[in-house]
Design a protein around this ligand. Structure first.
Ligand SMILES: C[S@@+](CC[C@H](N)C(=O)[O-])C[C@H]1O[C@@H](n2cnc3c(N)ncnc32)[C@H](O)[C@@H]1O
Length: 256
């Protein structure tokens, strides 16, 4: 039986690789269809990273439309600028305070961004402020408490998930909180589309989960004992693999 090698460090191009993977392509195309972009519209991608979604938005708005990508990581901004053509503007800014005028945007998009920001409610209020009254937002965000991994002792993947939820991701369950937060921001959630991915290939899953790195941190934080962690990684690397997590596409519109 072959043995999987788990990554020791996160590769620099991991966001681009993930976007190009079968998982990335499938939920990202769903998000674009939920956005319902029309030619000539203005689309704002909050937390655009290296710009994985910007070319598809540029195609959808056409020559008369505008695409604005926004990120607070200078390296991501440089990469996004390098990868985009005309009609796409990439700005270095905080998604909690975009600096854009009121009611200047038709569509707002996030993909795994609200889970990281200090104040997601502020981002929703900002989204409400910049959206035109006919506008729409699609937030693609995971719920890390839905992570399941096959292992003979259920307590081990539970401890691993608890570590991620408690210590790794700032707002690990942001997707389920969005209807409540949207209401507080003056928006309403019109649709929620769950996208559950079942990973059967340990190496492909590792690109998302970073098993070795996260497990080492879980041991340091005393969520797992070292010998349990060693057996866990060996099991994941050598046995038939199964893991699953759910990401939700949350569609919201400005309330009346
Ligand atoms: C997981 S990446 C996703 C990138 C991109 N949306 C994609 O699908 O490939 C999250 C991105 O959000 C950005 N980000 C996080 N907090 C931010 C903030 N407060 N303001 C601007 N960007 C932020 C990070 O720099 C990172 O590029």
């Amino acid at each position: 039986m072959g043995e999987t090698t788990f990554e020791r460090t996160r590769p620099e191009d991991y966001l681009t690789r993930l976007a190009a993977s079968e998982l990335g392509r499938s939920y990202k195309s769903l998000a674009i269809s939920e956005l319902g972009i029309e030619p000539g519209e203005t689309v704002l991608d909050l937390g655009c990273g290296p710009g994985a979604d910007l070319p598809a938005f540029a195609d959808a708005v056409g020559a008369r439309g505008v695409v604005i990508g926004l990120d607070n990581d200078p390296l991501a901004v440089r990469r996004a600028r390098a990868g985009c053509g005309t009609g796409v503007e990439v700005r270095h800014a905080d998604v909690q305070a975009t600096g854009l005028p009121d009611r200047s945007v038709d569509r707002v998009h996030t993909d795994r961004v609200l889970q990281h920001v200090a104040d997601p409610l502020r981002v929703l209020r900002e989204t409400r402020r910049v959206l035109r009254t006919t506008g729409r937002a699609v937030f693609a965000e995971p719920d890390w408490d839905t992570l399941v991994v096959d292992h003979p002792d259920l307590e081990v993947p539970r401890a691993y998930r608890r570590f991620i939820v408690d210590r790794v991701v700032r707002s690990p369950c942001i997707a389920r909180q969005l209807p409540g937060l949207a209401a507080r921001a003056g928006m309403s959630v019109t649709r929620v589309v769950p996208v559950t991915t079942a990973f059967r290939d340990a190496e492909a899953a590792d690109e998302v989960f970073g098993f070795r790195r996260v497990t080492e941190r879980a041991v340091a934080a005393r969520y797992l004992e070292q010998d349990t962690a060693d057996r866990w990684l060996e099991h994941l690397a050598t046995r038939p693999f199964f893991a699953s997590v759910t990401l939700f596409l949350v569609v919201a519109e400005p309330g009346s």
